[in-house]
Design a protein around this ligand. Structure first.
Ligand SMILES: [Zn+2]
Length: 404
């Protein structure tokens, strides 16, 4: 579908990207893959190998837009592959039909991804709509990258591999994990805009990737892949579950209490997101389920904490969506346990996953809720981390009881 030359007309996503680049006062040519490869070292602080350069050019040819940010290409491509694998693997159980889609970065500070059929609202070509687009907002990518960097820089660094790290997180209290997340120098460095245009979460200065030991950089990439895969798998879940069409489907939802239909759709799609991470990444040998759950848990805990981070004074500009995010986080923890129980995993293995997921989720939530590096912010919307930890622990223990 993609062409190589800009002599070809821009597709709908490229038109939107082009417009946004021009509107920001930048030159679209600087966003083509040649220019992005040329400036890679300047932007990222380390050079590309020739193999990585070849791979980036290949991924750029496959991408939905010639202006896509090169650092996201690999994650989008992998996530789309994992979604296709998940669909094939779950076909007999869930009857998911193939649902082709395109993935593109939405240039803006909005923080929740979504699905749309046209990139431009003024599309009057009369053509049938192309494959739906899963928009991943730049604001979301920046926030997730920041959280993962804090996690990598302050926790992962101390361990040889992800299994060792997960074991250690499971053995310490959630408050100790929170203290480790906050262990850096105390200076608010970043100001992250959100969809409200005001935000209360500060992150430390970016890490120089050259300073990371190779195994830490590898773990960092693995976590980024798991988070991106969950986010894109969740949006693909809305497609597979028929949330947009006339054909309503049963949501593979864990839990019985009556909830708002919109929230039910979100938890159902979260389940598909987790399956994308677990089925998709494992089938390709890109991570064991004992570790990749970290993607969904980090993504949901970050979003819950962020939703809870708005100062009370700003309440009139927000709604208390943190309730919904905490509900999704808790449902995810239950779902991890239910899936492992249902698939015949041992008690010890399930216990190791839930035992690390609960303190990690509570710590990340509280880190975000209290303002990240700001740390002393007290006027928040959401419940304190200690309450969230108790709720998640109840959810996990209920699942572990099933093994008795
Ligand atoms: Zn959703």
């Amino acid at each position: 579908m993609r062409r190589n030359s800009l002599d070809d007309p821009l597709n709908d996503i490229e038109q939107l990207h082009h417009g946004a680049i021009v509107a920001a006062g930048n030159d679209p040519d600087d966003w083509l893959i040649d220019a992005q490869i040329r400036t890679w070292e300047l932007r990222h602080g380390y050079p590309l190998t020739s193999g990585e350069e070849v791979e980036l050019r290949r991924l750029s040819l496959e991408a939905a837009s010639r202006y896509e940010r090169s650092e996201y290409l690999q994650f989008y491509s992998l996530a789309a592959t994992y979604v296709a694998t998940m669909q094939e693997m779950s076909f007999d159980r869930q009857d998911f039909q193939p649902a082709p889609f395109r993935v593109a970065t939405q240039p803006g500070s909005y923080i929740e991804p979504w699905v749309a059929w046209h990139a431009r609202t003024d599309d009057d070509s009369g053509q049938p709509p192309p494959d739906p687009i899963i928009w991943v907002p730049a604001g979301a990518l920046i926030i997730f990258a920041n959280v993962i960097e804090v996690f990598t820089g302050r926790i992962v660094r101390a361990f040889d591999d992800l299994p060792a790290l997960i074991k250690a997180v499971g053995e310490q209290s959630w408050a100790e994990t929170l203290a480790a997340l906050r262990a850096g120098p105390r200076r608010p460095a970043g100001y992250v805009p959100t969809r409200q245009g005001r935000c209360a979460v500060h992150f430390p200065p970016p890490i120089d990737r050259r300073s990371l030991l190779p195994h830490v950089a590898r773990i960092d990439d693995g976590i980024k892949a798991a988070v991106t895969t969950f986010v894109i798998g969740h949006e693909a879940g809305h497609l597979h579950l028929g949330h947009f069409g006339d054909r309503r489907r049963f949501d593979p939802f864990v839990g019985g209490e009556p909830i708002d239909p919109g929230l039910r759709r979100e938890t159902g799609s979260d389940t598909v997101g987790v399956c994308t991470v677990w089925d998709g990444m494992s089938a390709h040998g890109h991570g064991s389920i004992d570790a990749t759950w970290i993607g969904p848990v980090l993504a949901l805990a970050t979003s819950a904490g962020l939703a809870a981070a708005y100062p009370i004074a700003d309440q009139h500009t927000t709604n208390d969506t943190w309730h919904d995010w905490v509900y999704r986080l808790s449902t995810c923890v239950r779902g991890l346990g239910a899936w492992m129980f249902g698939n015949g995993f041992s008690y010890a293995r399930t216990c190791a996953v839930l035992g690390a997921a609960v303190p990690l989720a509570a710590a990340v939530y509280e880190y975000m809720r209290t303002g990240g590096e700001l740390r002393d912010a007290t006027d928040r919307l959401g419940a304190p981390g200690v309450e969230i930890h108790a709720e998640l622990e109840r959810a996990a223990l209920a699942q572990l009881k099933r093994f008795e």
